[in-house]
Design a protein around this ligand. Structure first.
Ligand code: GDP
Length: 528
């Protein structure tokens, strides 16, 4: 293996931001890109976003509702590292998408609104991170406003999110009197200056925190409160322990204001210094190390119409090991087929570019003409199936009613594609020709109806249907499975991926079936 390959892989930092809506994820993303020199002036991302909305029709829904439905990938260099930032939809109805995106990152940045503290979405997302022991860096945002007592915030993070805090910086003042942050280890005070939010500017750094003008500005009382809380924070804080951080047990905490572009570079410094390089991935067959020379990767997301001019679909692949090179041949493991990839995409600050090479940790985009599904593995030859890319059992169901019966072909095709993307799940009962949609959030149905109309020219509506939940069924004992399948025939269906599922009319029914057929596995998550 060349050292170059190792150097490149070790320099990758791939992460996502987790936060509650309005905590400042978009603002933070923009400022991170500013520090990555991916944009020159803050405001470009939003501007570009608005642009895209104006030209893309289904995304207009997103604009109307002021929510972010799409996930995108941004790559930028910072210091000696190449940073990949994966954006996740903020709305709870698209949580499946978010969960799968979190399978493709090595760490996460948790942004917390300092005034509101730990909020509900953050709690959910932290649960997902914990399932994978994802290391978390925490940023308390909006220090230019009145926030909660920083000590109380740390307490809340520790008690609600069950992760211990190690403050890296400590805020001095807040709101109108936000002086800056004291970097504990460096013993330096970084002075905040208003009105510098849209660009990178020189920051005044002072030794220690005790300065006459700072005392004057805050007044003795507030200054002494700062000293006291800093001492308490240091006393209560865990010692830094890299292993504890890497296993998600402790989190470094930084303070600042994304809007004021203050503290953002310290987040990046922490990411570069401590966040893990690309981690190893579990496949059915074996564990794949990131620094193996052979190329491997898996698809965690499929997205349609990123470029409204092309109406194409892009499969997002996380590279797990080795290196992608333009024109290389890949083994599409599920199909057992070799494909030549000459036009993979990479994502520079929201722009798409054709890519010459990429390394483990990077995300690349493959043009998808309907053959790629979420969870698919690609390798440079070996037969490997990566695990852990989940489909969750939906909790909401609707029967699709087609307005024009002549269009049933288009409807089938549209639903098939939308389910491959993970926008919805589709179930085809054995008993009739119904098409049942399943979703995790109710907004997903609206998006599906909208996209069917816009992209496939199919008008349809939805009817309620009495299904409480679904389970993917599996049984090694053939005879027992046949018996079950006969008995459960009317409740069985095939999902969009071709897997057999049991549509349970009620929870009680599901429980009875599970008791009656103990040999049969009823899975609530479908993954390789
Ligand atoms: P998202 O929903 O998490 O993406 O949040 P946004 O980045 O869109 O921010 C939500 C609101 O909070 C917007 O009005 C931002 O301007 C504002 N905001 C974000 N960061 C800060 C900050 O540091 N200070 C203040 N005062 N407002 C902020």
């Amino acid at each position: 293996m060349t050292t170059n390959l190792l150097d490149q892989i070790n320099a990758r930092r791939t992460f996502a931001i987790i936060s509650h809506p309005d905590a400042g994820k978009t603002t933070m993303t923009e400022k991170l890109l500013l520090w990555g020199r991916a944009i020159q002036v803050a405001g470009e991302v939003r501007g570009r976003k608005a642009d895209r909305h104006a030209t893309s029709d289904w995304m207009s829904m997103e604009q109307e509702r002021g929510i972010s439905i799409t996930t995108s990938v941004m790559q930028f260099p910072y210091k000696e590292c190449m940073v990949n930032l994966l954006d996740t939809p903020g709305h709870a109805d698209f949580s499946e998408d978010t969960y799968r995106t979190l399978t493709a990152v090595d760490s996460a940045l948790m942004v917390i609104d300092g005034a509101k503290g730990v909020e509900e979405r953050t709690i959910k997302l932290m649960e997902v991170c914990r399932m994978r022991d994802t290391p978390i860096i925490s940023f308390v945002n909006k220090l230019d406003r009145e926030i909660q007592d920083p000590l109380a915030l740390l307490d809340e993070i520790e008690s609600v999110l069950k992760i211990r805090c190690v403050p890296i910086t400590w805020p001095m003042g807040m709101g109108q009197d936000f002086v800056g942050v004291y970097h504990i280890k460096q013993d330096k005070l970084y002075m905040y200056k208003k009105g510098q939010g849209s660009q990178i500017s020189e920051i005044e750094v002072r030794d220690g925190y005790d300065h006459a003008d700072v005392r004057d500005r805050l007044g003795e009382l507030v200054f002494n409160e700062f000293v006291e809380s800093l001492e308490l924070a240091q006393l209560a804080a865990e010692d830094w322990d890299e292993d504890q951080f890497l296993s998600g047990k402790i989190t470094p905490v930084l303070f600042g204001t994304a809007l004021g572009n203050f503290g953002v570079d310290m987040v990046l410094d922490t990411l570069v210094a401590h966040a893990p390089k690309p981690k190893d991935h579990q496949a059915v067959e074996r564990i794949v190390r990131a620094d193996e020379p052979e190329f491997t990767g898996f698809v965690f997301k499929i997205q349609a119409n990123m470029d409204p001019k092309h109406r194409d679909r892009v499969a997002f692949m996380r590279i797990c090991s080795g290196r992608y090179e333009r024109g290389m041949k890949m083994n599409h493991v599920r199909l057992g087929k070799e494909v030549r990839v000459s036009d993979a995409l990479m994502f520079l600050a929201g722009d798409r570019e054709t890519l010459e090479e990429a390394y483990a940790g990077d995300i690349i985009g493959l043009h998808n003409h309907g053959t790629i599904q979420i969870g698919d593995s690609f390798t440079s030859g070996e037969s490997l199936n990566f695990t852990g890319i989940p489909h969750f059992a939906p909790e909401l169901f609707r029967r699709v009613v087609l307005k024009d019966p002549m269009k049933s072909k288009q409807l089938q095709k549209g639903l098939q594609q939308l389910s491959e993307e993970g926008a919805t799940q589709v179930f085809m009962p054995q008993i009739n020709n119904d098409l049942i949609l399943g979703a995790v959030g109710v907004l997903q149905f609206e998006v599906v109806a909208h996209r069917l109309a816009e992209e496939y020219k199919v008008q349809c509506s939805f009817e309620p249907v009495s299904i409480a939940t679904v389970r993917w069924v599996h049984c090694d004992d053939k005879v027992a499975f046949e018996k079950f399948k006969k008995k459960a025939h009317d409740q069985l269906s095939v999902d969009g991926g071709g897997y057999l599922t049991y549509l349970a009319p009620s929870r009680v029914n599901l429980q009875l079936m599970q008791e009656r057929y103990p040999e049969v596995e009823f899975r609530s998550i479908r993954e390789h």
